[in-house]
Design a protein around this ligand. Structure first.
Ligand code: AHR
Length: 506
């Protein structure tokens, strides 16, 4: 039997709620239909935001939402998306599917959505094709509480009070779709643009996110940190609060974006390969983190993994530019593994946004007109929400072995553990095996025998089990009862291909 030893005598880093964040781009049916249907839609909505989706996201405790892209962000001109809707520019979304973007969802709509969700805001600015002035004026429009041209324009457009920007991305993927820049060039541009992302008097300071590397481009991290990290006087609030990292898991090929593999039809080998590739996140955090440590040993700058998840082939018959893919138990395990890794590195990882919220890539929900279904990934975020804001506890798992062969070998069980403000301990575990359940004896270094399981939930199923609009409940979060307490601790048996959450309390 494997053993999980939890050190509940020392609290480690706080798990930022934002690690459980999400990303919404003007791409396919993410914004339009997925989140926003307009005030006149037959689909129940509040101010245009669909009610079923908003309610489900609140239940999942969505902590932060990134918008408007993605590659779209570096082509987005925010003034196109304000004022009377009938006057807003209609244009082609050149990046994604060549469809008409009517700009009916813009700044006011984004902040209304976040108000309904009760989540923090992460706005991504346009450095690739926008001007410094444009970026600066957007921040003024959104946050300035006084008399100024942009604040007056906001008021004229119907919003008297300013909003709060919690995070601001100064460009996106500027090594690629955001301008194809060299790190030296981007870093200088970052220094200039971020200067005008103003913190107006009385406002909570905006956390500025600098564009970080693509996957394992360690050179980018080094050069950008070298130029942008600065020991500023606190009154200037530093040059950067976060450095982004993007990493997508392609199931079938290392980096051939033409053959990514089906979302639902795959072999056991591909299943393990996908899990192993998602486990690579740990190495990426360690290695980029080590470079960041050279400049920022106190870990004040967050590594912001603001795009991650499985990127598979689109569902047959759908617009290739819409990136619409199904979501199976394999996605659930990728989410569970990755979120456990983030928790364990929460001293450096301060925010992460899975791509993307709805109807695009590894989504938590899918819609078809008025129908909405939750994906296996949704249930993982829901079960793991208890970690948000809790303190990481040290945990050691011994004797559970590995799964997958050769280059695809990875630990059979991956866990993380935290303790919340009420002393409740949350243990989340993934069983990455397709064949075998795992018996685990859980003990704590202090007061072990006084803990009981107060709540336990899980999802499990075949590797490609998924929900459809006809069968929306094939994979669902359920009560978990395969545990018992004896003199040695709490014994659990976690089923093959599952994600389990246990809540322990005295
Ligand atoms: O999430 C889809 C795209 O992937 C984003 O627009 C871009 O930032 C990344 O390449």
């Amino acid at each position: 039997m494997a053993k999980l030893i939890i050190n509940n005598e020392a609290k480690k880093s706080t798990i930022a709620p934002e690690i459980y964040g999400h990303f919404s781009e003007h791409l396919g049916r993410c914004i339009y239909e997925g989140l926003y249907v307009g005030e006149n839609s037959d689909i129940p909505n509040v101010n245009g935001m669909r009610t079923d989706v908003v309610e489900a996201l609140k239940e999942m405790k969505i902590p932060v939402l990134r918008w408007p892209g993605g590659c779209f962000a570096d082509e987005y001109h925010w003034m196109d998306g304000i004022g009377p809707k009938e006057n807003r520019k209609k244009m082609i979304n050149t990046h994604w599917g060549g469809v008409v973007e009517d700009n009916s969802f813009g700044t006011h709509e984004f902040f209304e959505l976040c108000r309904q969700l009760g989540c923090k805001t992460y706005v991504n600015g346009n450095l690739g094709s926008g001007t410094v002035r444009e970026m600066s004026e957007w921040v003024e429009y959104i946050t300035f509480n006084g008399v100024s041209p942009m604040a007056d324009l906001r008021k004229a457009n119907g919003h008297e009070a300013p909003w709060t920007i919690d995070y601001f991305g100064v460009g996106n993927e500027n090594w690629g779709c955001g301008g194809n820049m060299r790190p030296e060039h981007y870093a200088d541009e970052y220094r200039r643009y971020q200067t005008y992302v103003r913190n107006y008097a009385g406002n909570q300071p905006i956390q500025k996110v600098c564009c970080g590397p693509n996957v394992d481009d360690y050179e980018w991290t080094k050069k950008v940190m070298e130029t942008c990290f600065d020991h500023c006087e606190p009154r200037f609030h530093g040059l950067m609060d976060g450095l982004s990292l993007h990493y997508y898991t392609l199931p079938e090929t290392e980096d051939n974006w033409d053959i990514k593999g089906s979302a639902t039809d795959f072999t056991e080998d591909i299943f393990y390969q996908t899990l192993k590739r998602s486990f690579f996140m740990e190495e990426l955090i360690n290695r980029h983190g080590a470079i960041m440590d050279q400049y920022d040993p106190d870990k004040n700058i967050g590594l912001i993994v603001d795009e991650w998840g499985i990127w598979s082939d689109v569902e047959p018959g759908t617009n290739p530019g819409f990136l619409y893919q199904q979501n199976t138990m394999r996605d659930a395990l990728v989410a569970g593994i990755t979120l456990n890794i983030f928790n364990k590195h929460s001293d450096r990882v301060k925010m992460a946004c899975i791509a993307q919220l709805i109807n695009v890539l590894q989504s938590v929900m899918l819609t078809d007109g008025e129908k909405m279904i939750k994906t296996p990934t949704y249930y993982v975020f829901h079960m793991m929400r208890h970690h948000q804001g809790a303190s990481l506890l040290g945990s050691e798992l011994v004797g559970s072995g590995t799964v997958g062969k050769d280059k695809n070998e990875l630990p059979k069980v991956i866990e993380s553990v935290s303790e919340d403000a009420d002393g409740v301990i949350t243990v989340t575990l993934t069983n990455n095996s397709l064949e075998a359940s795992e018996e685990i004896e859980i003990s704590l270094t202090a007061d072990s025998t006084s803990y009981n399981v107060k709540e336990a939930r899980f999802i499990a199923g075949a590797m490609n089990a998924h929900n459809t609009f006809d069968q929306p409940e094939v994979v669902e979060e359920k009560d978990f009862d395969a545990f018992e307490k004896d003199a040695d601790g709490i014994k659990v048996t976690i089923p093959a291909c599952s994600v389990v959450t246990l809540r322990l309390a005295k």
